[in-house]
Design a binder for this molecule. Structure first.
Ligand code: AMP
Ligand code: MG
Length: 413
């Protein structure tokens, strides 16, 4: 297959465009507890019910004053105390100050807080040793967030950068997009389940495990339908069954032109599916389309290709389907190649590399070695994709290349 003409291949960008143009986000939403919402996508804007801070308060431990009092006196007696959670109450006589702690409500009428390092305790009261400006050290009501403001937009993924912010507004429940239900299965008579001994000609099923892990990282609900034999009746039944339960069905294997590849024939019967030859390496064959109910992605059988096509195509598709409108593709950076990279022109290569920063603060990248689409260890050895343009040939040491660091789908950092 590597020797076929490259003119009938479609580019990754074209494939992505087609895939996104055909699909629409889920519209089902649910309201869930904030404590259970990590990883979920906001279905509506999040509006602040309160001002933050909710009242003027002190940014320092020190003394609250009326600035005008200092024109007559440099020393003010202490008339009371304001603590965080225990506001000053009572009369505040003119010409005095209030001891105040960080976070305590500003006593009514105070227009500055002087930090205690800029004061001295004397027999007649507190002496102010530095010039004072109006409003200093006062955190004003609504300074961070005003009531009714949009704090977070619809279409973002909730995580540590957002959830504490929502909690700080006292919001206990959030409206999120329902989890995407994804049915997965592997196809192939040669596939053996892990934990079982290998018989002649068998290999273990890598892809279902990989796909499942990536779907879990993308916060999908996974419906695992196991390994399906290369038998047309079983395959047909599996597609029909998967389609009934899921929003998206993902299979692996059987989308190339091998003899036992029944998937194509069956999919022509049960859905409207396109079979693409992608101009990327690894991962040329890829099927995409619609079953009766669910969307369908057919990943290539070779494990490196299955993961790569999932990463480059299914990941943005899932973002799209689950309403994650602010999703960003992995960032591409430039790096200097420190090993030669074998490449033939015609396809966009996603080789696995090991990138690091050299003593000049620049990225350098070397190959993980053998780049075959069955060499899964290239993922565990690497930390990035080396992305080599379609028309590019071999890369020699010192050339600049693009890299994409693996994101959380491939490694935890
Ligand atoms: P296929 O696309 O079904 O022709 O498979 C292409 C290659 O990938 C063959 O060498 C298969 O044995 C291998 N393969 C297919 N599915 C899997 C899987 N789930 N895990 C590991 N290897 C697989
Ligand atoms: Mg197969």
């Amino acid at each position: 297959m590597d020797h076929c003409h490259t003119s009938d291949l479609i580019s990754l960008e074209q494939a992505l465009e087609k895939l996104l143009a055909q699909t629409v986000p889920l519209t089902n939403t649910e309201t869930i507890s904030l404590t259970e919402s990590a990883g979920r996508i906001t279905a509506t804007d999040i509006i602040s019910p309160i001002n933050v801070p909710p009242f003027d308060n002190s940014a320092m431990d020190g003394y609250a004053i009326h600035v005008a009092d200092l024109s007559d006196h440099q020393t003010l007696p202490v008339a009371g105390k304001a603590l965080a959670g225990a506001p000053f109450q009572g009369e505040w006589p003119a010409g005095s100050c209030i001891r105040i702690m960080t976070g305590a409500p500003i006593p009514s009428g105070a227009d500055a807080v002087v930090m205690q390092e800029q004061t001295e305790v004397t027999e007649t009261g507190i002496r102010f040793t530095s010039p004072v400006t109006q409003g200093q050290n006062i955190r004003t009501v609504g300074e961070d967030i005003t009531q009714d403001a949009v704090v977070l937009p619809k279409g973002i993924k909730l995580s540590t950068a957002q959830l504490p912010l929502i909690a700080s507004l006292g919001i206990a429940k959030v409206n999120v997009v329902r989890k995407l239900k994804v049915a997965i299965f592997s196809t192939g008579d040669e596939l053996q389940a892990i934990g079982e001994p290998l018989q002649a000609g068998q290999i273990y099923d890598t892809n279902r495990f990989a796909v499942r892990l990536m779907l879990e990282k993308l916060d999908c609900e996974v419906i695992d339908l196991g390994v399906i034999r290369d038998d047309p009746a079983t395959l047909r039944q599996t597609f029909i069954n998967a389609d009934k339960q899921a929003d998206l069905v993902i299979s692996s294997g059987g989308v190339s032109v091998g003899e036992a590849d029944y998937t194509k024939q069956i999919l022509d019967e049960v859905g409207k599916i396109s079979f693409w030859k992608l101009a990327i390496k690894p991962g040329k064959p890829f099927a995409f389309g619609k079953l009766e109910n669910a969307w369908f992605c057919g990943l290539p059988g070779n494990p490196v290709s299955a993961v790569l096509t999932f990463y480059q195509l299914v990941q943005p598709l899932i973002a799209r389907l689950s309403g994650f409108t602010t999703w960003q593709p992995p960032m591409r950076l430039t790096a200097k190649a420190t090993t030669p990279l074998k490449k033939s022109a015609g396809r966009l290569d996603f080789q696995r590399g090991i990138a690091a920063i050299n003593e000049n603060g620049e990225f350098e990248v070397k190959t993980t070695g053998h780049q075959g689409s069955h060499i899964f260890s290239s993922y565990s050895a690497g930390n990035c994709f080396i992305v080599l343009e379609r028309e590019r040939g071999h890369v020699v040491v010192g050339e600049t290349v693009h890299i994409e660091f693996f994101n959380h789908l491939l490694q935890n950092q």
